[in-house]
Write a protein that binds this ligand. Structure first.
Ligand code: 13P
Ligand code: SF4
Length: 324
């Protein structure tokens, strides 16, 4: 088959799969929630695209019977905890998260027991078991505000991301005890290559996710969650941006800020390591199959749901009070 015929066939297949997904969604009263790190086609078929905070807020308020969560496991798990009576599906059950994996529940429980007077604030990128050991969950959108809502003399453990924790300590002037976890994607950016790139693109602003390491954040003109980075690019009068986060965000940025130049921040090696391998396990084909077959489904023990829901609901409550 010549390349043109092949490409026409693929366009037709993609069009059909989009229509089939739309039909299934209507038949089953399903909603598709997708994170900005998903592949472009998945973002295009989603009912809502957002960051972790926006996605959990959407999950908490949906009337759909089925939630297809195009993201990683901890995100779909959070949706299930918030909506225990709904069916929550994920296109690939193996879509995990290196940051969530860096905080095993038994080790964390021991750490927590060693600091009995500390309040536990955990970044949403953790398992349900860690959420059950947590007082308040936060996301990269509201971490600073959640920490600021706690009296200054209250000692805090922050888990699992040490980079986000260090950044929040710096902004709030706190001295939270940090769990030593990190994200494999956000730790791969090269501060040296970024500074060279800034030199060759003097008008470009560096915008970075707070999961990046300190030498990258120190060079950033703006730091924020994926939604905050997107809004910054849309609203900014600048035309050129070096983007230090997972590359999936570039899809929506290019759509919402057409004409602006978006340069993915360079990783240490010449690899595609700034693509999250876990997020990218989900594909449009798997999403279609999961909606059709209603599996794989997220199943959590009801007792674990009960223990984990308090810390997530507390975050949603504080976020609503603060208008976030
Ligand atoms: P957001 O809070 O920006 O959605 O980030 C989630 C995430 O997994 C970053 O790696
Ligand atoms: Fe986890 Fe990092 Fe992937 Fe986000 S980018 S889902 S923190 S591994």
């Amino acid at each position: 088959m010549n390349p043109q015929t092949l490409s026409a066939k693929m366009t037709l297949q993609t069009k059909n799969i989009f229509e089939d997904i739309k039909k299934l969604k209507a038949e089953k009263n399903a909603i598709i929630l997708a994170h900005y790190y998903q592949e472009g086609d998945i973002q295009d078929v989603a009912d809502y695209i957002g960051d972790s905070l926006g996605l959990s807020q959407q999950a908490a308020q949906t009337n759909a019977d089925i939630i297809v969560f195009a993201g990683v496991h901890f995100m779909a798990e959070t949706a299930k905890i918030l909506c225990p009576d709904k069916k929550v599906l994920i296109p690939d059950l193996k879509a995990g998260c290196s940051l969530a994996d860096s905080c095993p529940p038994l080790a964390f429980k021991k750490f927590k027991d060693e600091h009995p007077h500390h309040l536990v604030i955990s970044y949403i990128n953790c398992t349900a078991e860690i959420k059950a050991l947590t007082d308040i969950v936060c996301t990269s959108s509201n971490a600073v505000q959640i920490v600021n809502s706690i009296p200054k003399d209250q000692p805090i453990i922050f888990a699992p991301d040490k980079n986000l924790g260090r950044y929040v300590n710096k902004v709030t002037g706190r001295n939270m005890l940090l769990w030593d976890g990190s994200c494999m994607v956000h730790e791969i950016f090269s501060a040296k290559k970024i500074s060279l790139l800034k030199h060759t693109h003097p008008r470009a602003l560096l915008i970075a996710h707070p999961e990046c390491e300190e030498p990258v954040l120190d060079q950033a003109e703006f730091i924020g969650s994926t939604t905050a980075l997107l809004n910054f690019v849309i609203k900014s009068e600048h035309q050129e941006f070096i983007v230090a986060t997972e590359t999936g965000i570039l899809h929506e940025m290019a759509k919402r800020a057409p004409g602006k130049t978006l340069i993915p921040a360079p990783p240490e090696n010449n690899c595609a390591c700034n693509d999250c391998p876990h997020m990218k396990l989900n594909t449009l084909e798997k999403l279609y199959a999961c909606l059709r077959d209603e599996k794989p489904e997220i199943i959590i023990e009801p007792s674990l749901i009960k223990q984990a829901e308090k810390s997530i609901k507390k975050m949603l409550e504080i976020s609503a009070q603060l208008g976030l």
